[in-house]
Unconditional design. Structure first.
Length: 331
């Protein structure tokens, strides 16, 4: 599906804004602070159902009562997103029918490339989990649901642990949910890493033109614990959890380790090598989305060209030549 144009009202710094897109590549130019990233955020919201940066009240232009995103496609379809501050809810209007959430059939795959992604290897485990969570939510229908249920249960359990006194039996219902969804999430994360590793080295070598090997290691805090063992380990941590006021055991502590020639890339690979690894990851991500969903993903590049040398810029253009690309850059 090709995006034709976008219209924004009260979205971030944009009171009113409109833009027509090229069927292949569109470049959005502007100074820092102009709101280029906000345009990509609005596109992502309209095709994925939620922002990659913030919640709705943070997106709303200061002093406004609503925001509106209207995205039109080349085939004549249109998606309109409206957030009403008065009721603190957003809705999706598609072919004259209103939805509280973007229907699955109207979600479109996206490869998002932010400047911070180039530092993914050296960033925090939280940043890496967030990155792969977004990827997994596009690939596996049940991933987003499982992660949402897990996070809700984790929040409730942590709130109980912050109280002056909490009995172990009070935590049991939340332990059940954490074990159930934690195991599902871990299995999907492990499957993703295995699939990525099938292609990562080959794609990397095509960019770097060398014989180095790259891989991704899924470092799960819960090991290979099945649901009953997961539950037992949660219960064993009761005293420590009460002492610290939060849940210490679980998949919310997981990490993804990038390996370069068999050792952690952080500290061993050069800055250029790490950037080639991330490019390879993006290319594999795009191909996996296409193979699984049979839709060529939309590519959103947020000010990354300036961070890449000529060789890597050419690799970016070559590998995304069959995708619609919308990119931002500073004038």
């Amino acid at each position: 599906m090709i995006i034709k144009d976008i219209k924004l009202s009260n979205f971030r710094c944009h009171k009113e804004y409109g833009l027509d897109f090229d069927t292949h590549t569109t470049q959005i130019l502007g100074e820092n602070g102009w709101g280029k990233t906000s345009v990509l955020e609005a596109i992502y919201l309209a095709v994925q159902g939620k922002s990659f940066k913030a919640v709705d009240r943070e997106i709303l232009r200061r002093g406004a009562e609503f925001y509106r995103v209207e995205l039109s496609f080349l085939n004549g379809e249109k998606t309109t997103v409206v957030y009403d501050e008065g009721i603190a809810k957003k809705s999706f209007l598609i072919t004259d029918k209103k939805w509280a959430r973007l229907p699955k059939k109207n979600r479109y795959p996206v490869v998002l490339f932010e400047p911070a992604d180039l530092s993914l290897i050296t960033s925090s485990p939280t940043r890496r989990r967030d990155y792969f969570d977004r990827f997994l939510a596009q690939l596996f229908d049940e991933y987003n649901h499982s992660l949402s249920q897990y996070n809700k249960a984790l929040k409730q359990r942590n709130e109980l642990l912050k109280k002056e006194y909490v009995r172990q039996e009070n935590l049991f219902p939340w332990n059940i949910l954490l074990a159930r969804y934690g195991v599902k999430i871990r299995m999907m994360r492990a499957r993703l890493v295995a699939n990525l590793n099938d292609s990562l080295t080959g794609v990397y070598r095509g960019i770097a033109e060398n014989r180095d090997e790259v891989a991704l290691k899924y470092d799960s805090y819960t090991g290979e614990a099945l649901e009953s063992e997961y539950l037992r380990l949660l219960e064993m941590d009761y005293n420590r959890d009460v002492l610290t006021g939060h849940t210490n055991f679980g998949i919310h502590k997981d990490d993804y380790i990038f390996l370069f020639n068999g050792v952690p890339a952080d500290g061993t690979a050069s800055r250029g090598e790490m950037r080639s690894v991330i490019l390879a990851l993006k290319f594999v991500e795009a191909e996996m989305l296409f193979e699984d969903l049979r839709r060529r993903p939309l590519v959103l590049l947020d000010d990354v060209f300036s961070e890449l040398d000529d060789t890597r810029q050419k690799a970016l253009v070559k590998n995304f030549q069959e995708n619609q690309v919308i990119l931002t850059s500073v004038k």
